[in-house]
Design a protein around this ligand. Sequence first.
Ligand SMILES: Cc1cc2nc3c(=O)[nH]c(=O)nc-3n(C[C@H](O)[C@H](O)[C@H](O)COP(=O)(O)OP(=O)(O)OC[C@H]3O[C@@H](n4cnc5c(N)ncnc54)[C@H](O)[C@@H]3O)c2cc1C
Length: 375
Amino acid sequence: MSDRADVTVIGAGVVGLAIAARLASKNRQIYVLEKNDTFGQETSSRNSEVIHSGIYYPANSLKAKTCVEGNSMMYQLCKEYGVEHGNLTKLVVATCDEEIAQIEELLEKGRVNGTPGLQIISKKEIAAMEPNIEAVAALHCPTTGVVDTHGLMQCLIAIATRNDAHIAYRSEVTEINKDGDGYEVIVNNDGEPFALKTRVVINCGGLHSDKVSACAGIDIAKAGYGLHYCKGEYFSVGNGKNKLVSRLIYPVPPAKTTGLGVHVTMTLDGRMRLGPSVEYVDTVEYSVDVGKKQMFYDSAKTFLPFVDYDDLEPEMAGMRPKLQGPGQEYRDFVIKDEADIGLPGLINLIGIESPGLTASPAIAKYVENLVSPYL
Ligand SMILES: Cc1cc2nc3c(=O)[nH]c(=O)nc-3n(C[C@H](O)[C@H](O)[C@H](O)COP(=O)(O)OP(=O)(O)OC[C@H]3O[C@@H](n4cnc5c(N)ncnc54)[C@H](O)[C@@H]3O)c2cc1C
């Protein structure tokens, strides 16, 4: 490992890897430093793998812009490099007349955000598409799909390393010190301290990105970077019921929560799952509480009449790195060059929750614009 880099990316999740793949070039030294034994061991491997269409986010927010742009970039990338994916499409269902106004609101939001092809469809059209679900109307999102996240990350690594980027595992960043024009990054490399001098540092530390920014001396409380952990649990639906729907089916998002409602996602191998739930927690751990089975069943039953209680089995959990705490105002992604606080070329990415997977190629493009003056 050399002790000099042009760009150091902290974190080998989908976002750090997308950035490394975008910035890598033969005449540039790029390091990706990852504390775990391999890539994608945290949020990037514990999510719904949905390529979102961009209907949920406030107009002009980074979430809206990077999701809509990332959606089409993601399909393009998957096609170009043979990453497994499926454009399954999605229905957001209104189960009673009162919910129709909510899907109309989502339609409007999506149109403002530039989501293509959205359409409200009738009960009859729903019956033709998905005969086994119950709804009075639905918002059809034709650009929603599913991607093999592991395959995507492998592909990003291949692009980055083919262009001479290096990925160092078991390499935890513990300090970031300003050093002339750039930074000295102190790394715990498999138990041994190591110093890497770099022009640019890009913090893609996911659940730990607030602490990584504190390693550079940033007061995270003052900057508003403190993260809250928000757990999402999933239950799988067995007994052959997975064959009864072919699209992703979402309820209207419940008022005053930070999730999209317990919904149905399909994996690329045809498994059906319900989730994720929304629960703020104090520590990162990934157990699934079997006691939540009744809540999952009750939520699903309103639009999936064929689901029986005994079809549900606990599956897995993920953890959202959220900037907003319980009951607080909506927060957008933070993607920022910290030049205004005397740390030029330190790029922080904080609160990269959903739709971070979808948005990852567009986030990489956005970050490329931020770092280009330094390279
Ligand atoms: C339940 C759930 C469902 C979701 N569903 C979807 C979905 O369907 N579609 C979608 O678009 N998005 C979804 N998301 C969001 C998406 O998964 C995330 O936005 C995305 O995976 C974030 O990637 P990341 O690279 O920022 O973070 P991560 O994957 O968490 O990677 C961060 C990496 O940084 C490393 N790291 C941290 N600190 C250090 C350090 N000091 N030194 C070295 N390395 C360090 C970590 O070990 C980790 O590997 C979901 C999220 C959750 C939790």
